[in-house]
Design a protein around this ligand. Structure first.
Ligand SMILES: [Zn+2]
Length: 301
């Protein structure tokens, strides 16, 4: 007798936690509507992403820099894209830090670099994003807004900075995040080294580069940039550097290109059905053997 109310109470408490963390549907819809990087996700994955984004928002702290005012949509736009990277990995991959700082526009950073001769060089640089190991993720909202690709098609500042966070997990941003037990570190190294060398060669000879040449500045930047392209333009990356694409698919445990192909095939099939119906009821061809394929019919109508 006494156990039932307790069990009910526990269940109710769990439900409260789930409800509190769930991103409201109206916010999710507004925030996700213009995010190209979600194009490969089906309804199930979108629901999981929405839930994970709610957990992310409950765990991380957002700080806006004047005059930017944080809205639920701004928070959600960032959370959804950050969580896309860890959709199949889990929130634990963003452990060890808490803060996301959002500037209204690009921000200035003092940079100091020591060259090979030991001479220090200092300069000020405008940035659209920054991420350090245990520190915050810093983003410029102007660059992070949905539909904005500040460094050309396929670029995405949010994915870039959060990929750095994954890379930093093992203590260094060397372009190799902690790999899963079923992944081969040699295969990862060979794929990334060959692509990185190719990009640097093209850059040195002023040849056209298939991805943002900024990727050629360091292995850590290469990983962050190819992660952007992997989610934003998977076909482009698979054509330019197929071995890198395969390694990223194994790491993120997602295959956006395959998912997109499957979604298109399903959509084609769906479009084909009513066309076949038209043949049967309105335009039955004289000889069934010469019945045109549904796809061709689509053009004829
Ligand atoms: Zn970077």
């Amino acid at each position: 007798m006494t156990r039932h109310p307790l069990r009910r109470l526990r269940r109710a408490r769990r439900a409260v936690v789930v409800r509190r963390r769930r991103l409201p549907y109206s916010v999710w819809r507004r925030a996700s509507a213009r995010l190209d990087c979600l194009h490969h996700l089906g309804p199930q994955e979108r629901l999981r992403l929405r839930l994970l984004s709610g957990d992310f928002l409950a765990e991380k702290r957002f700080t806006a820099i004047d005059p930017l005012e944080l809205s639920d949509t701004i928070r959600a736009v960032i959370a959804i894209q950050a969580c896309l990277l860890i959709l199949e990995l889990g929130l634990d991959w963003y452990r060890g830090w808490r803060e996301i700082i959002v500037y209204p526009d690009s921000f200035l950073v003092d940079v100091t670099v020591t060259d090979e001769a030991g001479v220090e060089h200092h300069w000020r640089e405008a940035r659209g994003g920054e991420a350090w190991g245990a520190g915050p993720v810093i983003l410029s909202w102007r660059d992070a807004r949905p539909g904005v690709h500040p460094h050309g098609p396929g670029s995405n500042v949010v994915i870039h900075e959060f990929a750095h966070k994954l890379d930093w997990l093992d203590g260094q941003a060397d372009g190799r995040p902690p790999l899963h037990a079923d992944m081969d570190p040699t295969a990862w190294h060979d794929a990334f080294q060959a692509a990185y060398d190719d990009l640097r060669r093209r850059e040195a000879h002023h040849h056209r580069t298939p991805i943002d040449p900024y990727a050629a500045t360091a292995p850590g930047e290469f990983f962050a940039v190819v992660s952007e392209v992997f989610f934003e333009r998977p076909g482009l990356l698979a054509r330019a550097y197929p071995a890198v694409y395969r390694q990223l698919a194994a790491f993120y445990r997602q295959d956006p290109l395959l998912a997109l192909k499957q979604r298109h095939a399903t959509a084609e099939k769906g479009r084909g059905a009513p066309q076949r119906k038209t043949i049967h009821h309105a335009q039955r061809p004289p000889c069934p053997a010469r019945r045109p394929a549904p796809r061709r019919l689509q053009h004829e109508h």
